[in-house]
Write a protein that binds this ligand. Structure first.
Ligand code: SF4
Length: 363
């Protein structure tokens, strides 16, 4: 980094997110990021500008600058303590070149990295999910009294046209747009954002997705045709296991369709960075190695194109509860051997090793 970072040297509380990132939850709350419940305002009561320059966000910024760790950021700090890279660290790596502008020169302009969770609309009912993140979970949640709203669909923004006007006023500075769900590819607002970016000639914005990859066409719109127009697209496919097990975990999914969609992306959009992003739980930890190997051997992903999410809730599916841990440990060791002989990166080997270490700690 060529910038002067003296203000943050040795400050391991510091996070760039509140200078860069606008996260809007499905409840319309503007928060520091998707993992910390640090709320700066309500998008249905304030404008983006009011929130971005508000008292709460500025307080948080000054605490971070003065090296005060916020307890609500423990999701990052705990990961770092266990040797795993956190979102805080990833953001510093990615946007570290901006530190000089935003801190040294004290410029707090507009968010550059957006993550707007427009709704919980989803076409799957994954067993590890809940109503807040999937509209399809509503009936089951209602039956057990765990629904978080009176309607299946929870929308973040009440006045969408007004919100999109605000978005239009800040979009010139946007460098990254992250879409997650619910399922972004079945959300009208996702396509509206893409239209806005194209209208404003922002084809250089990095589009990032977490998607279940169940479809590539929605209401007559082809996401492939949109992606062809953007220079940088990263697709993290939430796939937990191959075949029937995958369909059992990600209920309403169809393995052959998902594989076909991976093939279509590979052939029609070779510039898309495609990876799998399994959520590791007691349900699939024994199957993750075969999923990874199969997709690599079939040429659908590169060996290093895997992002691991460790499931933390619901507790019943935590990997500590997996039966036959010895068998899973053997499989993971074999997989590590395969990764090494296949020249996988040290980062990938580290990710698989982290699952191994985790399960060993519960033996
Ligand atoms: S330190 Fe982590 S949890 Fe806290 S705001 Fe930054 S990314 Fe979010």
């Amino acid at each position: 980094m060529s910038t002067n970072t003296s203000k943050i040297e040795g400050n391991d509380a510091f996070c760039l997110m509140p200078w860069l990132h606008l996260h809007v939850s499905t409840r319309g709350l503007c928060q520091a990021c998707c993992i910390a419940p640090i709320t700066f305002g309500d998008i249905n009561k304030q404008t983006i500008g009011e929130i971005w320059n508000g008292v709460k966000i500025n307080e948080f910024r000054s605490n971070l600058l003065s090296g005060k760790k916020d307890k609500r950021c423990r999701g990052c700090y705990d990961l770092e303590d266990s040797g795993v890279k956190s979102i805080r660290q990833e953001t510093l790596e990615k946007y570290g070149y901006k530190i000089n502008d935003i801190i040294q020169d004290d410029i707090v302009s507009k968010p550059v990295y957006l993550d707007i969770r427009f709704s919980n609309v989803c076409n799957f009912r994954c067993v590890t999910c809940w109503h807040g993140a999937s509209s399809k979970w509503f009936e089951e949640a209602k039956a057990t009294g765990t629904n978080v709203a009176k309607t299946a669909i929870i929308k973040a923004i009440n006045k969408e046209d007004e919100f999109f006007q605000q978005l239009e006023s800040i979009v010139s500075g946007v460098e990254e747009f992250y879409f997650a769900g619910g399922e972004p590819l079945v959300m009208d607002q996702h396509y509206r954002v893409l239209e806005l970016l194209l209208k404003k000639e922002k084809k250089g914005v990095h589009l990032r997705y977490n998607t279940n990859l169940s479809l590539l066409d929605f209401k007559g719109k082809s996401v492939i045709e949109y992606w062809k127009q953007f220079h940088k697209v990263t697709v993290s496919a939430s796939i937990d296991a191959a075949g029937e097990l995958g369909e059992k975990i990600r209920r309403d999914s169809d393995w052959s369709t998902i594989k076909q969609n991976l093939k279509v992306i590979k052939s029609e959009c070779p510039h898309v960075q495609l990876e799998i992003a399994p959520t590791i739980s007691a349900l699939n930890v024994a199957a993750i190695t075969s999923l990874h190997k199969q997709l690599v051997e079939e040429g659908l992903i590169d060996i290093d194109s895997i992002y691991i999410n460790m499931l933390s809730r619901p507790d019943q599916f935590h990997i500590k509860n997996v039966e036959n841990k010895t068998h899973v440990i053997d499989q993971l060791r074999q997989h590590l051997g395969w990764l090494k002989t296949s020249e996988a990166s040290t980062e990938t080997i580290k990710k698989i090793n982290e699952i191994l270490v985790c399960i060993q700690s519960y033996q």
